[in-house]
Ligand binder design. Structure first.
Ligand code: DAH
Length: 340
């Protein structure tokens, strides 16, 4: 029996030394020292020994138990430390690594251009005012000196809701709304969506955007209009961009002008974009027709004013040199994300 004990002690010691983890170590402990373990079995066998040998054997068993326990504890400590170190190494976070990329949204180029347009006029003291897109014929046409059967109505390809209600064909009805409800001095811009029964192509869409401007005060002249639009052109497109006024006709302004800007693409030299002229038509403008002032309840003897209307799409195409209106509406991210 002594031999068996010694043999067991040596074998278990070797196993402890070879154990690779705390789990394996625990299995060794249970098999050797557990209630149903090897040592317990040996102790039971002591009953067969002659009584005088039993105390000596009992002492030996206790020694083996103590030695194995000590060895187990030491090995356990070492393995636990190793395992902890390995766990910490595996969990380590490299704070210098770049984080996961989150793509940020960007403004639509038309919004960027519109914000710039609004900014320029707000900087000159204008107030932003909006009006309804479903509009009374009265504001869209009548108060703007476009009576029923006036030929100018044909030019506008109007969507009628009923006899008296239309989808506004321009932002000019907001002028009429402002003039009928406010007293001069008036200095407003009115951006918004407008509708015309046009076929969609490279330069047309049945829904598009305009920005209207209106100034009314004493002694407002065409010079004020020209100075204002010159300054707008300079801030919007840069130094060297000038305006050119060509005589035109709108029922709500007298005199009326169509306004061109120096072609930003060729700086006036003449290129494909401006069809060789060096100029690009960008807006309609004029002095508010005294008859319109009167219809809206403003005394034309005392007050005068100017108005203008520009296309937001047009300004965007020009500002970013975009060749086709469709790019603005197709929502292709490869296009949209180029503008920030
Ligand atoms: N409403 C015109 C259009 O849609 C643009 C316009 C021209 C607006 C002259 C004005 C203006 O205020 O004075 O074509």
């Amino acid at each position: 029996m002594e031999k068996m004990l010694r043999e067991m002690r040596e074998r278990v010691m070797k196993n402890i030394e070879a154990a690779g983890g705390t789990g394996a170590l625990e299995q060794i402990r249970v098999a050797a020292l557990g209630k149903k373990g090897e040592l317990t079995a040996l102790l039971r066998g002591m009953g067969k020994l002659p009584p005088e040998e039993r105390p000596k054997m009992g002492q030996m068993v206790n020694e083996v138990r103590a030695a194995l326990e000590a060895q187990l504890e030491a090995r356990e400590k070492l393995l636990a430390e190793r395992e902890k170190a390995a766990r910490l190494a595996a969990e380590a976070i490299d704070v210098t690594l770049p984080g996961p990329e989150r793509s940020a949204g960007s403004l639509h180029p038309m919004n960027i251009a519109l914000r710039k347009m609004v900014d320029v006029f707000v900087g000159m003291g204008y107030e932003v005012v909006e009006g309804p897109e479903v509009e009374f014929d009265h504001y869209n046409f009548e108060l703007l000196n476009i009576p029923k059967n006036h030929p100018a109505r044909d030019a506008q390809d109007t969507f009628y809701v009923d006899d008296n209600i239309v989808l506004r064909t321009h932002t000019s009805p907001v002028q009429a709304r402002i003039m009928t409800t406010r007293k001069p001095p008036i200095r407003v811009i009115c951006p918004g969506r407008v509708y015309r029964a046009d076929e969609a192509d490279a330069t047309h869409s049945p829904v598009f955007h305009q920005m209207e401007g209106l100034v009314i005060d004493e002694n407002i002249t065409m010079g004020d209009l020209k100075g204002t639009l010159d300054e707008f052109a300079r801030q919007m497109f840069g130094e060297g961009i000038r305006t050119r006024f060509r005589p035109s006709f709108f029922p709500f302004t007298e005199p009326s002008a169509e306004v061109d800007l120096t072609c930003a693409n060729c700086k006036g030299e003449g290129c494909r974009m401006c069809k060789g002229t060096g100029w690009i038509e960008v807006l309609g403008a004029g002095m508010v027709n005294p008859h319109v002032l009167e219809m809206c309840g403003i005394d034309p003897q005392k007050y005068s004013g100017f108005a203008f209307g520009m296309g937001v799409e047009r300004m965007t195409l020009l500002k970013y040199n975009i060749p086709n209106l469709r790019y603005l509406y197709e929502n292709d991210l490869r296009f949209l994300t180029q503008y920030r």
